[in-house]
Design a protein around this ligand. Structure first.
Ligand SMILES: [Zn+2]
Length: 99
């Protein structure tokens, strides 16, 4: 687990750069050193989708049955959970160069 390096010059992408890319619907990242474009890998997209959707479905239904919490309260928990989780996303995703 670690932040992605450029495939050519090995310079490390900044956390904020990867995070912004994820927020902008997986916008390609350009290396600040050699300007090579990197795209997020398909498996990383799947991973992020699973990490976000599965727990929300599992815990959402669990809380709903177990504690009879209101939907809005559960939605709030899920939003906080999502924000917390997204901090780690830049460490989990992989990018590969265009060529
Ligand atoms: Zn580079």
């Amino acid at each position: 687990m670690g932040l992605q390096n450029c495939e050519i010059c090995k310079s490390q992408f900044k956390w904020s750069k990867i995070y912004k890319s994820l927020c902008a619907a997986y916008r390609p990242i350009q290396c600040s050193q050699c300007e090579l474009n990197h795209r997020i890998t398909f498996s990383s997209r799947i991973l992020l989708a699973l990490l976000t959707v599965l727990p929300i479905m599992i815990f959402g239904s669990y809380f709903l049955n177990k504690w009879s919490l209101s939907i809005s309260y559960i939605a709030l928990i899920m939003i906080i959970y999502g924000m917390f989780l997204s901090v780690f996303f830049p460490y989990l995703v992989k990018y590969s160069s265009d060529n």
